[in-house]
Design a protein around this ligand. Structure first.
Ligand code: AR6
Length: 167
């Protein structure tokens, strides 16, 4: 398993797949979603709105993944996944986000994938909880691809490092 913890802006990370922490209606938003849409350009929003009309009329379900082109990002695909909202959704669905993205990446023949810490911003899931979920998924899944876990702050990266060392 090839896993790397990275501190930085996910839109600057090199990977075949960049994962977006989206919302159910796919129109873009703040946080990672805003940064990815800004870097990918307006074509991404058009594609997301089209997907919503054609495939996700009642919204992308929590834990599922929608695939778009990367537009102006250097990646091959952007995966849009919706994490659970703390206090509203079943938090075990966070695992589904990671598992479904990894499965889809393998299906598409991607060699690398970059994840943000899904749900740990606007959706208020603690970073420590997220790190434990990701550690478990990567332990179970043994992905053949290179996984980059992108944390926006050094403090969040330190939490991931600590949880990953507890293995
Ligand atoms: N690169 C990497 N990580 C980042 C970046 C970045 N450029 N910017 C923020 N983070 P969030 P969520 C971290 O809120 O909790 C949007 O409006 C951030 O510090 O992006 O799943 C969507 O449209 C946090 O640790 O995603 C949805 O409505 C993590 O990324 C909603 O927010 C996730 O924060 C999704 O909320």
């Amino acid at each position: 398993m090839d896993v790397e913890l990275v501190q930085g802006n996910i839109a600057d990370v090199e990977a075949d797949v960049i994962v977006n922490a989206a919302n159910r209606t796919l129109p873009g938003g703040g946080g990672v979603d805003g940064v990815i849409h800004a870097a990918a350009g307006p074509g991404l929003l058009d594609e997301c709105l089209e997907l919503r009309k054609s495939k996700y009329v009642s919204g992308l379900p929590v834990g599922q993944v929608a695939v778009t082109k990367a537009h102006k990002l250097k990646a091959k695909h952007i995966f849009h996944t919706v994490g659970p909202v703390r206090g509203k959704d079943d938090l075990s669905l966070l695992k589904d986000c990671y598992v479904n993205c990894l499965k889809k990446a393998e299906e598409l023949g991607a060699k690398s994938i970059a994840f943000p810490a899904i749900s740990t911003g606007a959706y208020k899931v603690p970073v420590e909880y997220s790190a434990k979920v990701v550690r478990e998924v990567l332990g179970d899944f043994l992905p053949a691809l290179r996984v980059k876990l992108v944390l926006y702050s050094y403090a969040d990266k330190a939490i991931y490092e600590r949880v990953f060392k507890e293995k």
